[in-house]
Design a protein around this ligand. Structure first.
Ligand code: GLU
Ligand code: ZN
Length: 492
């Protein structure tokens, strides 16, 4: 059997970590099996679907380097791949189910259905959902209703007895009594649009899909889909529902945990290779050790057997760690190209670059490379270099548990030492800065921290001496003097 798998998102929101994880698993499975990866856009919910979400889908897949063998943009032998372009097909198949006595028209008005629901609630009835009222209409009754011009939906005739089992490659057999399945769900709405269930089953069959890999939240739909395959007389594909993606607190990953939209990660400066690598580790592992996988590695090594049954935990810190590791694999030239947009966006430099900005950036890159978690970190790390920083506050200058007088004394001594930076070796100056701490009976950080804040306005700059060299001695001394004045005013 040749493997054909699909990613079938509904373009109702931005692509998020969970969805993309599904896409990646399908993609890697297809590649590892020399099969086909198909993109299908499930946009039958016209109210909730948006063009923005659709564009986000394409951009996200493109950014991650997930290329589709078939799909709306590349076409293919089983198209169209956008469900709203297949409406006639769903109508035909729904009609066919009626002819085969597997489905029926329901003329119930929304008012009747509302009343029914209210009654079920009031009577605390065990019966939920539709009461199958129209399942038993005679031909005559039906013709009468049609003659009145009533609109109808098409519902599946769910067998009243028996059980339905579907087999999941990961979870094993899942069985449900037919009496527990949603009583006669709507397949085709009165506006002629299919519901998810109908369109999804028809397309998976017509597109010759071999394996369905999707989020576990679709498991409850499984028995219903099997009943639909049976109604059509089709062989269902194989199922593999993927473990949930959770936050560290064990709840389904959501905005409460942090960013979930891929485009937000992208905007913050996560690299596609880092996101792709880490997201693939959420619910899959090659062995208990290996952590680094390129896209090409995963295309070769991915296998269904190694998908975990337990939910996967999405750990933002771990992603940061991956991202840092991938950043450090970049050459300085590559990193420059990646960071430049962030420097431009922050208003630090303008393109085309002036020669002195070019030099600054070239000197900056090796210094920040070791420290960046995300590309956008470069903005705070280098603000001191490109802009006139705001005067520090007294609070920001004071290390923990150190008073203004001691800090002032430290900065005054440091000023004298640092003004010799052009003529005395760094190591010597550093030694003497450390000696100040002994002299003033404070921590070493009690000397270095105020200098760093005075000169760079931040705790996250590159190493101190490097920062000073980048900035130039003159500006450095000016900023130190400014901090000294601020502390003098405080002490006075
Ligand atoms: N359109 C569904 C979704 O958005 C597809 C689910 C499936 O893969 O069957 O998740
Ligand atoms: Zn009805």
């Amino acid at each position: 059997m040749s493997v054909r798998v699909r990613y079938a998102p509904s373009p109702t929101g931005m692509q998020h970590i969970g969805g993309i994880r599904t896409a990646l698993f399908n993609y890697f499975f297809a590649r590892s099996q020399k099969g086909s990866f198909i993109l299908r856009v499930e946009d039958t919910d016209q109210e909730r679907s948006s063009n923005e979400a659709l564009q986000d889908l394409y951009e996200t897949l493109d950014w991650l380097g997930i290329d589709c063998d078939e799909g709306p943009l590349v076409g293919g032998a089983y198209g169209p791949y956008t469900q709203s372009e297949r409406i006639e097909l769903y109508k035909e198949y729904a009609q066919k189910l009626i002819e085969d006595n597997k489905a029926y028209r329901c003329y119930c008005t929304p008012e009747r259905l509302d009343e029914l629901r209210a009654k079920q609630v009031a009577e605390k009835s065990k019966q939920h959902g539709y009461d199958r009222h129209c399942r038993h209409l005679t031909d005559e009754e039906r013709q009468k209703l049609e003659a009145q011009g009533l609109t109808s939906v098409i519902r599946l005739k769910v067998p009243l007895e028996g059980k339905t089992t579907f087999h999941d490659l990961l979870m094993g057999d899942i069985t449900r009594r037919n009496s527990d399945v949603n009583p006669d769900p709507v397949l085709l709405k009165s506006d002629g649009f299919p519901t998810y269930h109908l369109a999804n089953v028809i397309d998976d069959h017509l597109m010759n899909i071999s394996h369905i890999m999707r989020a576990q939240e679709w498991i409850p739909s499984g028995p219903l889909h099997i009943l639909l395959y049976e109604a059509f007389g089709w062989e269902p594909p194989l199922y593999c529902h993927l473990p949930m993606v959770m936050g560290k607190d064990g709840q389904k990953l959501s905005k409460r945990h942090g960013a979930t939209a891929v485009r937000d990660f992208r905007a913050k400066g996560y690299l596609p290779e880092a996101l792709l690598n880490y997201v693939s580790m959420v619910g899959w592992s090659y062995d208990s050790e290996r952590e680094f996988f390129s896209k090409a590695d995963l295309c070769e090594l991915f296998s269904l057997e190694k998908i975990n049954k337990a939910p996967g935990v999405f750990d933002y810190k771990k992603l940061d760690w991956y991202n840092g590791m991938y950043i450090r694999q970049k050459t300085d030239e590559e990193l420059t190209a990646l960071l430049l947009p962030f420097l431009v966006e922050a208003g630090f430099v303008r393109q085309p670059l002036r020669a002195d900005d070019s030099h600054k950036i070239a000197a900056l890159i090796p210094l920040v490379k070791e420290r960046l978690k995300v590309l956008s970190d470069v903005v705070e790390m280098s603000r001191f270099l490109f802009t006139e920083i705001e005067a520090p506050t007294v609070e920001s200058l004071l290390p923990k548990k150190q008073d203004a007088a001691t800090t002032l004394a430290a900065l005054k001594k440091a000023l004298v030492l640092l003004s010799q930076l052009d003529s005395v070796e760094d190591a010597k100056i550093e030694e003497q800065l450390v000696a100040i701490a002994t002299e003033l009976d404070c921590k070493v950080n009690g000397v270095f921290m105020p200098i760093r804040v005075a000169v760079t306005g931040s705790h996250v700059s590159p190493p101190l001496f490097d920062s000073i060299r980048l900035l130039g001695l003159e500006t450095t001394l000016t900023r130190l003097k400014r901090a000294i004045t601020i502390l003098e005013d405080e002490v006075a």
